[in-house]
Design a protein around this ligand. Structure first.
Ligand SMILES: C[S@@+](CC[C@H](N)C(=O)[O-])C[C@H]1O[C@@H](n2cnc3c(N)ncnc32)[C@H](O)[C@@H]1O
Length: 260
């Protein structure tokens, strides 16, 4: 069965999920780690809702340029709205494994939560390396779905749900292999950073509450999970919230590298 679709419904969900304070603080860390400078040319691969493109555009200013690239037309429509009137920023249609840019076109490039959806990592990273100038910076961030801690009373059902959720992408455990992949693509790793997302209570505008809805929609009918199983899983988590013993965390792993 298919992976998570970045269609109109998916784009709407991602827009809400990535506007939560949890993901806002993640982007702030990413921006600080990339340390883009005024006048630089920066590429955001798999730019999704375009929030990072907008922030990068504000940093590089009109003397620089920011390109977001994504293969999903609904995502790109959302992103074009989000970046608004910043003429030095643009959103391009395209595939991360065949970037429509010349060699050495960028000073820096980022790909956050994207490569985990792409089967051919060596090809995607060789494209990332190709479009960077010598000495240019790359920042790659992905999740290991083994890093999730989520308090459910029925742990067995919870494990079944999370196992089915792993089908939403190609590589649910990509981060541990990224340093090796980057090195082989002539990208020298210069930084390794952990960015946790942590919800200590059940609130509507949080990563875990909104992700729970995406997970529920996705896993229903997979690996033998019925709608009733999934409803019961959500009710279980909501009860933890109501009883004030809610706890959720997931880790993002972020790698910085320099083009050699
Ligand atoms: C989970 S979203 C992350 C969006 C954005 N990078 C962020 O962190 O806000 C993943 C994005 O990667 C895009 N994507 C997946 N495979 C891609 C590919 N081969 N080429 C370009 N974009 C891709 C999807 O369309 C989606 O917008």
């Amino acid at each position: 069965m298919s992976m998570l679709q970045f269609d109109e419904n998916g784009a709407r969900h991602i827009l809400r999920l990535y506007a939560t304070p949890d993901v806002v603080q993640q982007r702030a860390r990413v921006l600080a780690l990339l340390a883009a400078q005024p006048g630089e040319r920066v590429l955001d691969i798999g730019s999704g809702p375009g929030f990072l493109v907008a922030s990068l555009a504000d940093v590089v200013g009109a003397s620089g340029a920011v390109h977001g690239l994504d293969q999903s037309p609904p995502m790109n429509a959302v992103a074009r709205d989000v970046i608004g009137t910043r003429p030095w920023a643009r959103i391009d249609d395209g595939d991360a494994v065949e970037l429509p840019y010349g060699d050495g076109a960028f000073d820096a490039a980022v790909a956050t939560q994207v490569y985990e959806y792409i089967a051919d990592i060596p090809r995607a990273l060789s494209e990332l390396r190709r479009v960077l100038r010598l000495g240019g910076r790359a920042l790659v961030l992905d999740t290991d779905w083994d890093s999730v801690v989520w308090h459910a009373a029925d742990r067995q059902r919870h494990r079944r749900v999370m196992a089915a959720w792993e089908e939403h992408l190609v590589h649910p455990h990509l981060p541990c292999t990224l340093p090796g992949h980057l090195r082989r693509a002539r990208l020298r790793v210069t930084g390794r950073h952990l960015i946790p997302l942590f919800n200590s209570s059940f609130e509507p505008n949080t990563f875990s509450a909104l992700n729970m809805e995406m997970i529920a929609q996705f896993v229903s009918g997979r690996q033998g999970l019925t709608d009733e199983d999934v409803d019961a899983w959500m009710a279980d988590l909501r009860e933890r919230g109501a009883e004030d013993d809610y706890l959720f965390s997931v880790n993002r792993y972020c790698f910085l590298a320099v083009a050699e």
